[in-house]
Design a protein around this ligand. Structure first.
Ligand SMILES: [Zn+2]
Ligand SMILES: [Zn+2]
Length: 340
């Protein structure tokens, strides 16, 4: 099978490898599609990963084509996406089924080989079954969708809530879609008109984020989905008394607040909450199953969030596209098997 193997920072190669053997409790997933996350871009071109070589790719879905002897054979032929975190099952968080905060996890696509490949062996526990009617490329958005839904649920949005999303990346846009679905009156804020084009195409009101610094606070819920000092200040200034601010963006550097901005948190009794990853609980209700349900219902325009697709052979083009900051995009994706 074909894989994209990362041998060092900036050194990713298309290689051949045997299809993986299955261990107890695993299925073989024929990968249909795998999203190219901005964290992959950093992993491949800037920071590297925990060890080399590693096959990146953590946002994927495919068809179950084989199962270990101890695994239920009715899974064969089913579509599934995969929770990429492999928890230790022993720490305090794992015992509480809060696997996203596991202190000793492994991870497809960073600590373990991921899905820039044609096949991957996956534990049954990590499978998130997807309805057959869902396009495999949409199914491959499960991971960012679950992350975005995890964040959106923390916003306490009700019918008619005024919601601001600061940030125009795939997670920001998905949060905007979920917030609208929850009844929110959503405006997406970005720094440049060009970066706001995808939000406008999705039918959202748009605004320049710097305007938030001079306007009266007008939002019941603000998602900070950038991770900069400036965006956090804008989020605080945009929040009405009693509003919820959800901190989503990973910080690019130290955050520092001026006294009069910090004061707004106190005087307006703003509720500031953090969000991390997504909840996945195996058999129990979780963000992944909720996202899968929304995918099957078809009300959220997931497919519009996929900007461009590539085959594994087109990887140079794919990363060139990804790193070209002049093109506005939400998600690029490798498609290995579009038939599924
Ligand atoms: Zn990702
Ligand atoms: Zn754990």
């Amino acid at each position: 099978m074909k894989i994209l193997n990362l041998h060092g920072v900036g050194d990713i190669r298309l290689e051949e490898r045997d299809i993986p053997e299955l261990s107890t409790g695993e299925v073989l997933l024929k990968i249909g599609a795998c999203g190219i996350c901005s964290s992959d871009e950093a992993r491949i071109f800037e920071t590297g990963t925990y060890h080399f070589p590693t096959v990146p790719g953590h946002e994927f879905a495919g068809t179950i084509v084989d199962a270990a002897d101890d695994v239920d054979k009715s899974l064969l032929g089913r579509k599934a996406s995969v929770f990429p975190l492999l928890p230790c099952m022993e720490c305090d968080s794992c015992r509480k089924h809060e696997y996203e905060t596991c202190s000793n996890y492994k991870y497809f696509g960073s600590r373990n080989d991921g899905a820039y490949a044609e096949y991957l062996a996956v534990p049954v526990w990590n499978l998130n079954l997807i309805d057959d009617c869902v396009d495999i490329k949409v199914a491959a958005l499960s991971e960012p969708a679950a992350v975005a839904l995890h964040a959106a649920k923390k916003g306490k949005i009700s019918q008619g809530s005024d919601v601001a999303v600061i940030g125009t990346g795939a997670i920001g846009l998905m949060i905007a879609c979920f917030a609208r679905n929850m009844g929110g009156n959503v405006t997406v804020f970005g720094r440049r008109q060009s970066s706001l084009a995808p939000a406008e195409e999705l039918g959202f009101k748009i605004g320049n984020s710097s305007d938030l610094e001079s306007q009266d606070p007008a939002f019941d819920c603000v998602f900070e989905a950038v991770g900069t000092n400036q965006a956090m200040c804008q989020a605080i200034l945009a929040a009405r008394p009693g509003a919820v601010i959800v901190a989503v963006g990973n910080p690019h550097g130290d955050l520092e607040l001026q006294k009069d901005v910090y004061w707004k948190i106190l005087r307006r009794q703003i509720i500031l909450v953090g969000t991390w990853n997504s909840s996945f609980k195996g058999d129990l209700e979780d963000d992944w199953k909720d996202a899968a349900k929304l995918m099957a219902e078809g009300d959220i325009p997931f497919a519009k969030l996929i900007t461009r697709t590539f085959t594994l052979d087109e990887y140079r083009e794919a990363f060139g596209f990804l790193r070209d900051k002049s093109v506005s995009k939400s998600r690029g994706m490798f498609v290995m098997d579009d038939e599924s």
